[in-house]
Structures are given as C-alpha cells and as structure tokens.
Design a protein around this ligand. Structure first.
Ligand SMILES: Cc1ncc(COP(=O)(O)O)c(C=O)c1O
Length: 488
C-alpha cells in the first residue's frame, strides 16, 4: 500500500485543478505521516502551555521518563554517538562535568569570561596543529573559530570564500563546484548565501572527479569542495589534485574534514595509508573539522579553519550603526555556549595524543573487520575502498532498503543512501563491542529478504526506493518540506 501511496503522491500533477488539490494534499499527508513513523500520536500528547505550578525538582523525574522513551542507541546507531559507553560514565561524565562548570558562560562577553575565550583559542590551535598548521607549507598563519557543528563550519567557510573572492576578483554571481557525494550542508550554504551549485557526478571510484570539476570552472567560480572523507561512502577525495586545480585558477578550496579531522591525523600516525588532506596541501584555503564527532566532545562543537587572516577576515560582520553599540561576533550565533567550548577543551586535553591514537586504532580495526565481514556476505558489495570508518554497501541481489527495514526491526539505525541505493555504517567506539552482532544480524537480514522478497509491512523501503528513482524531484522536495514543517 505504501508504495502506491508514494507513487501516487510523487506522480501528482504539479499544476492542480481546483478540487483535486484537497485529495492530493491528503495523499501527501499520508506519506508524510508514514515518514514520521507514528509521530502524530506523540505530537498529540505534547504540552502546549506552561504548567500553572512549576514542577521544581520533580521535573528531573519527567526528564527521566522522557529519556527512557528514546530508542536504545548504545551500539546500535551508525555515527550519532561517538563516545564509548553510556552518558553517565567515564569520558561522557567528564565532559558533562566540564560543560556544567561553564554552562553559564558566553564567549560573547570576552571581558567577563576570559576562561572560555582562551579555551576556544586553544581548541582551535590544537585542531589546527593536527591539520598541518605546524608544517612550513601551511604558511604558518592558520586561524579559525569554534562553531556549533559541521554545518555551521561549512556555512561560514562558504560565505567567507564568497566574500573573499568578491574582494579579490570582483565575482558577483558566485558559483561553487562540489561532488555529488559532498554533504548537503553545501546546498544549504548555497541557498543561504545565493550561490549557484554545480554538483559533479563522482568517478568510477566514487571520488570527486577532478576532470569534471575542471570542466565546470568559469569566471564566476569562487570555490571547490573536497571531502576527507565524504559522508556517504567514507572515501577521501583527491585533495592534492583539487589543490593544484584551485591554485591554477586562483579559487578557494574547502576540505570537509568534519568526519575525518579527528581520525585521519591519528590513522596516519598508526601506519594506515592516508593520502594528503590538510593545509600541507597547496591550494587548500579552508577546513571544517568536527570535535563533536571523532573528537569525542559534546554535541554542538566544530572548528572552521582558514589558511590565513586575510581570508578569515571575510567571515566577520562588524556592525557600527546600531544603537545597541559597536558589535562584532565571530560566527553565525551571537551568544554562544561556553559550556560546550569547555566540554570540547576538556575532551581534547583529557584524551591527549595517546587517547586519540588509542580510540582511532580501535575504530579503524573494527571498521576493517566490518568491511571484511560485509564483503563475505553473499549478495552484498562494499562501495569503493573505505579510507576510514564509514563502510557503505549495496546489493545487486536483494533490495538493500528491505535489508535496512529488517535491520531496523532488530534495533539498528543505519543510513540509507541513494545513487546507488545503499546503506552505510559509520563506525564509532560504540561498535567496538557489538560488531559481531552487527555482522550476524546483517547476514540474517539478507537471508530473510532473499527468502521473502517484497516490502516489509510498515517499512521504509518503498519510500526510499521510489523517492530515489522519481524524476520529479520537485515533489520529493515538497514532501521533505512538509515532513519538516509538520515536525514541530
Ligand atoms: C562529511 C560531513 N560534512 C558535514 C557534516 C555535517 O555535520 P553536522 O551534522 O555536525 O552539521 C557531516 C555530518 O555527518 C559530514 O559527515
């Protein structure tokens, strides 16, 4: 039934006859409700007003009840939680303590909270040092800021590149070139900052196609993006070649190290063959690196870095005509959570080089085991040659989204990808104790789909399958927007 729902929703005419629109809206709603998987009932129970009498300390009990309703995420989610163990022990407990010690602080008030201002500078410097700032070839001027996450770091790098290129080359109709595998945050940045995106299909190895990029360069090109690695398949784009191209055409090159920034430097030290990816590569002008992923810091922490201050200056907006006074803040937010800065600083300082080497060696080993295990499951293939800790896989034999539905019924939360239809697992410390269970469940799921082809009742396979194939991307976009619009 679901597939017919989706088909009917996706095949709806874009220009509507009066009277038909109500029917179509109802069909779309059915699909959106399905995507929210029972969200409507929980929404109906939502509190819509303040309690008349405050709950006081009792509120903690309510929080515990709410928390207990979350799914069992320990060891079961792709990416999502990168720190080992549960949130009330070990490293988690430490960073939570650091957060709570500084949760009242705000680096906007640098004069009051010198502590967090210093910690931010140190997190930035320590991250930069991992990404080539100490190399002579970096130019010795790497600078940056902390942001709320990978997306904000990317938004800032794109806005900064746009304004830098406008001042340097007078580009007023900016364009950026990205691979099909580059994160959706670049589309967001393009929409926010009025930039045309040229998305180039990946090459046979699923990497950014340098020749394809070159063909897209014109007088309006402000920047290109390389990922190390990209989110979907965990593969490192040819950063050196992209750097050469960027230098030749004097345009910016952003390297997306949101996933790789706190893995690749350590993996290389551990002897894994890691191609060049950082500021030691000529032509790289900015980098994003997420502390809240493999940096094992609290959620809401990332670092954006620039080759030099001349570029970074274009990140800032200085306000001089406001009756509120002279104003400047470094990133998109005004007030910022000093507690998160302290949490990130505590994570990095408490782990140190040896801590990150240890965690990297554990997740790299498990990733290789998972990769080999998947390769051994008849009917599955691994996409590309995973460089790090993301393993993507597809199938020519079974519907991989049906496999995902069975995996979901066993409690796993994997990422569904398109072009080609596939799944990935982003391996974290959470998986180091359960990878055997993962492989066994995956093998069983493939066997189940082989034995019972066809959509799983209540599953998402038809939605993913159909949405990926539908030529009418406008309706797919509308469904996504409706899904989001009805969520909160
Ligand atoms: C390569 C890459 N870039 C950017 C992002 C966006 O990061 P965030 O979700 O922290 O905004 C992600 C998230 O997974 C990513 O994998």
């Amino acid at each position: 039934m679901l597939i017919s729902l989706l088909r009917s929703a996706l095949l709806l005419p874009r220009r509507l006859l009066p009277g038909v629109s109500g029917y179509i809206a109802a069909e779309k709603k059915k699909v959106v409700d399905k995507m929210q998987s029972g969200g409507t009932s929980s929404k109906n129970n939502r509190r819509a007003e303040l309690p008349t009498i405050g709950l006081g300390e009792e509120v903690i009990k309510d929080l515990e009840t709410l928390k207990a309703k979350d799914v069992d995420w320990q060891g079961k989610c792709s990416g999502t939680v990168y720190i080992a163990g549960s949130e009330s022990e070990g490293h988690f407990e430490l960073i939570n303590k650091a957060y709570s010690m500084f949760s009242h602080t705000n680096p906007l008030h640098q004069d009051v909270f010198k502590s967090v201002a210093n910690m931010e500078a140190e997190v930035v410097a320590m991250t930069a040092a991992l990404l080539g700032s100490k190399e002579k070839s970096s130019g010795g001027q790497i600078c940056g800021n902390m942001t709320s996450g990978g997306t904000e770091s990317i938004l800032l790098a794109v806005k900064t590149s746009r304004d830098y290129m406008r001042s340097k080359k007078g580009i007023t109709k900016p364009e950026m070139i990205i691979a099909e595998s580059a994160h959706s945050a670049y589309d967001k940045a393009a929409a926010y900052f009025n930039i045309k995106v040229r998305r180039v299909p990946v090459n046979k190895e699923f990497l950014a196609d340098v020749k394809g990029f070159k063909r897209c360069i014109n007088g309006n090109t402000i920047m290109m993006v390389g990922s190390a690695p990209g989110f979907p398949h965990g593969l490192i784009d040819p950063i050196e070649e992209l750097g050469e191209l960027a230098s030749r055409y004097d345009i910016c090159l952003h390297v997306d190290l949101c996933l790789g920034g706190f893995v690749l430097p350590f993996a290389r030290k551990l002897g894994y063959p890691i191609p060049p990816f950082d500021f030691s590569v000529k032509g790289v002008t900015s980098i994003s690196s997420d502390v809240h992923k493999y940096g094992l810091a609290p959620k809401g922490t990332s670092v954006v870095l620039y080759r030099n201050h001349e570029i970074r200056k274009h990140q800032f907006v200085a306000v001089t005509e406001w009756t509120g006074g002279l104003y400047i803040s470094p990133t998109i937010a005004g007030s910022r959570p000093g507690g998160l800065i302290a949490g990130a600083w505590a994570a990095m300082m408490s782990l140190g080089l040896n801590g990150y080497l240890d965690s990297t060696s554990r997740i790299m080993e498990v990733s290789k085991k998972i990769q080999r295990g998947i390769e051994e499951i008849p009917g599955l293939f691994v996409i590309g040659k995973p460089d790090m800790t993301v393993v993507a896989f597809g199938s020519d034999v079974v519907d991989i989204f049906e496999v995902n539905d069975i995996m979901s019924s066993k409690g796993w939360h994997l990422n569904a990808l398109q072009r080609p239809n596939s799944l990935h697992i982003c391996v974290t410390l959470q998986h180091t104790t359960v990878y055997n269970e993962f492989l066994k469940d995956l093998q069983d799921s493939v066997n189940t789909v082989k034995a019972n082809p066809g959509p799983i009742s209540g599953g998402m396979a038809p939605i993913y399958g159909a949405a990926g194939k539908m030529p009418d991307r406008g309706t797919v976009r509308e469904l996504l927007v409706e899904f989001m619009d009805s969520s909160c």
